[in-house]
Every structure is written in structure tokens, then in C-alpha cells.
Design a protein around this ligand. Structure first.
Ligand code: NAP
Length: 346
């Protein structure tokens, strides 16, 4: 028998910043896996992700029952394999599964879950990369830039939440793959300096010093007088409206997320006039990371791994030690305390 710890949600809540008061850690025992092809996995890290906030609401489908174990993105290794053809002991992986540190899967269950092998890409000591560059945020950065925005050499791109997990990678992708003129926005002068020195940004806008639509538009105009060619949307609200009204002809917006609204019960819609898109042939497109973790996984992993090994992508994590710190890790995201990926070692 192995002892497992799980992160459970005390009860769904519609408003406010998540924190330690919303989660409980429970213990259970896990028997050895049974049956040909079954495996046992041990998790080494959990991701604190903005999208989880939506899952904690009473409006989520299906809504979590009070005390339910939550699911999200994890990394880990296979500790037992009963002759599974695809998974051997010692294999390392990224996955979306329950936040339970030890779990068994039958061969049939493994067919149905989102899990990708990292053994051929990284060493066990680098497993956190499976939560960032070679994980869900990496797939998001890759998909949004390469597949959705499709930059042309030298175009101008604005990326919001630029010091977060996705934003630190999108800046580098836009710079190294397309030599874009890169503008990042984030909170505070230290983060603004950091994204310029480390994450491929030519210009930084401190939205905390001026985050209204008009202030953001003025900041963009000073950097890109003819307008921006692309906007990678992570924040929502005034950020989106400013981007829309600053978009050049044939401009594109990739809608990745809207973190400024996640702690609100009702997410307020933005106000735009879509008729301005007609003669300018502009485009707004939403997308989801799963596309690049499933159908386009091979291209995503190959590209991101290659850039990582060339030193063109820079790992950046904010790390918490111990499963008990999950609530604190979640709070960090919504209080601007993190830089890069928020990882919880378990
Ligand atoms: P992250 O690393 O957790 O960082 C989030 C950052 O957002 C924070 O560090 C904070 O930085 C900023 N932020 C928080 N509240 C804000 C507010 N009210 N206004 C402006 N900025 C705020 O986030 P991430 O994983 O990179 O995710 C970024 C966005 O991408 C989120 O919207 C997320 O939901 C979305 N996403 C979408 C997909 C998809 O499949 N479409 C996948 C992954 C992520 P500052 O210091 O700058 O405030």
C-alpha cells in the first residue's frame, strides 16, 4: 500500500481570490495496481493555473461537490508497470488528472486520459518543464503565436500578462521565431524591467501605473504609432478594448484568456464595434491549449524542446514546496506575486 495526498475543494465559491481557506488536503491509501497493462504513477508537481478558478464556481459544468478532489495539470513518473506496452517504470510524463499524489490506471483508463511522455525530452531532474515549456502553458504559447496569430517577420505584437507563465514564453517565441517588435504589459516596474531583459520584449507597459483603455491606447500609440499587428489576449476588459482600438489593418487578436475577470461572479462583456473589422480585414480568434496537447502535440513538443535546448526559451517558475501550499500558490496568481509558472512540488 502507498499513502497518497489529495487536494480537495472545501466548497465551490463564485467570487473572490482563491487561497488556503478554500482547500483541504486529505490522505488515502492506494493498493498496488492490478491487471496486465496497469500502472501506478507518483506525481512530483502540480500546476496552479488561472483556468482552475472557473472550475471552482457553482456555474462550472459539472460543479465540484464540496470536498471533491480537484483535477488539473501535473507532472510525475511511473513507479510500477504491469507490462504496459507504452509505459515502463521510470517513464516521466505530463498529464491532466486528479491532484492525488499516487494513482493507479488500467490500460483502458490510460487510453482515455490526457497524458504525454516526456522521457525522450528531459531528465527527471527537469520534470517541472512538463508544467511549463513542455506542458499546458507551453502548448498555449506555441498555439497562440504559431497557429493562431501566424506573425510575419518584423510585425508588432502586444502580449498582456507578459510576466506570467504564458507571457514569458510568447514574448520569446515572437522574438526568436518571427523577429517581431514585442510589447509586453504587466504589473509594476520590476516585472517591466525583467520582461525586457529576459523574456524577449522590446517594450514594456506597466498597466498598474495606467490600466484604463485610454491609458493603454496612449502607451501603445507611443510605441507603435501605426497600430499593432497582433494582440495576444490574456487579461480582458480594458486591455482587450485598447487592443481592438489600436489594431492595424489585417490585425489579429488571439483570445487566450481574461484573468482580470476570473474572480467575478459575472464576467462583464467588453464593448467593441465589429464593423471596424470589415474593410480592415481584421480577425479575432479564440483557441484552447488542448489542440496542441493532442492533435498537434508532436509539432508543439518538437518546436518548444528545440528552442529550449538552443537557449531561446528560458524556464521561469515560482515554486512552492509541499502539497499544503496549493492554496497559497493559487492566491499568488491573482495577486501579481508570481513570475512565470506557479509550480507546487508534492
Ligand atoms: P499566470 O502565470 O498564472 O500569471 C497570471 C498573471 O496575470 C499574474 O502573474 C498577474 O501578473 C496577471 N494578472 C492577475 N490578475 C490580473 C488583473 N486583474 N489584471 C491584469 N493582470 C492580472 O498565468 P498564465 O498561466 O500565463 O495564464 C495567462 C492567461 O492565459 C490567463 O488568462 C489564462 O486563463 C490563459 N490561459 C489560456 C489557455 C487556453 O487554453 N486558452 C491556457 C493557459 C492559460 P501582473 O503582475 O502582470 O499583474
Amino acid at each position: 500500500m502507498s499513502v497518497a495526498s489529495s487536494v480537495t475543494l472545501i466548497a465551490p465559491f463564485d467570487e473572490g481570490v482563491p487561497g488556503p481557506e478554500h482547500f483541504q488536503i486529505t490522505q488515502s491509501t492506494v493498493p498496488p495496481p492490478e491487471g496486465e497493462g496497469s500502472i501506478q504513477v507518483k506525481l512530483t508537481g502540480l500546476a496552479a493555473d488561472p483556468f482552475l478558478r472557473g472550475r471552482f464556481k457553482t456555474t462550472n459544468v459539472p460543479v465540484y461537490a464540496p470536498g471533491a478532489t480537484i483535477s488539473g495539470f501535473v507532472v510525475g513518473k511511473v513507479v510500477t508497470s504491469n507490462n504496459n506496452a507504452n509505459w515502463k517504470e521510470g517513464d516521466i510524463f505530463g498529464s491532466m488528472m486528479e491532484f492525488t499524489t499516487v494513482q493507479n490506471f488500467t490500460a483502458a483508463q490510460l487510453e482515455k486520459i490526457l497524458i504525454w511522455k516526456l522521457t525522450d525530452f528531459i531528465a527527471e531532474s527537469e520534470l517541472d518543464l512538463g508544467l511549463s515549456i513542455l506542458g499546458m502553458p507551453g502548448a498555449t504559447a506555441y498555439g497562440g503565436v504559431v497557429d493562431v496569430l501566424r506573425p510575419k517577420e518584423g510585425e508588432t505584437i502586444w502580449i498582456s500578462a507578459a510576466a506570467g507563465s504564458v507571457g514569458t514564453m510568447t514574448g520569446l517565441l515572437a522574438k526568436h521565431l518571427y523577429n517581431c517588435k514585442t510589447i509586453g504589459s504587466c504589473g509594476g516596474p520590476e516585472k517591466c524591467e525583467l520582461i525586457k531583459t529576459k523574456f524577449g520584449y522590446d517594450h514594456a507597459i506597466d498597466y498598474k501605473a495606467g490600466g484604463s483603455k485610454e491609458e493603454l491606447k496612449a502607451a501603445l500609440k507611443a510605441i507603435a504609432p501605426k497600430g499593432i499587428d497582433m494582440y495576444y489576449e490574456n487579461v480582458g476588459g480594458a486591455h482587450f478594448e485598447a487592443a481592438f482600438e489600436s489594431l492595424a489593418p489585417r490585425g489579429r487578436i488571439a483570445v487566450c484568456g481574461g484573468i482580470s475577470m476570473y474572480n467575478d461572479k459575472d464576467m462583464k462583456p467588453v464593448s467593441i464595434n465589429p464593423m471596424t473589422m470589415v474593410y480592415t480585414s481584421q480577425r479575432i480568434e479564440g483557441f484552447i491549449s488542448f489542440t496542441y496537447l493532442t492533435a498537434q502535440r508532436e509539432a508543439f513538443l518538437k518546436t518548444m524542446h528545440g528552442l529550449l535546448r538552443e537557449g531561446k526559451l528560458v524556464p521561469q517558475d515560482t515554486v512552492f514546496e509541499g502539497i499544503d501550499s496549493f492554496g497559497e500558490a493559487m492566491r499568488t496568481i491573482f495577486t501579481s506575486k508570481n513570475i512565470g509558472k506557479v509550480v507546487v512540488h508534492v
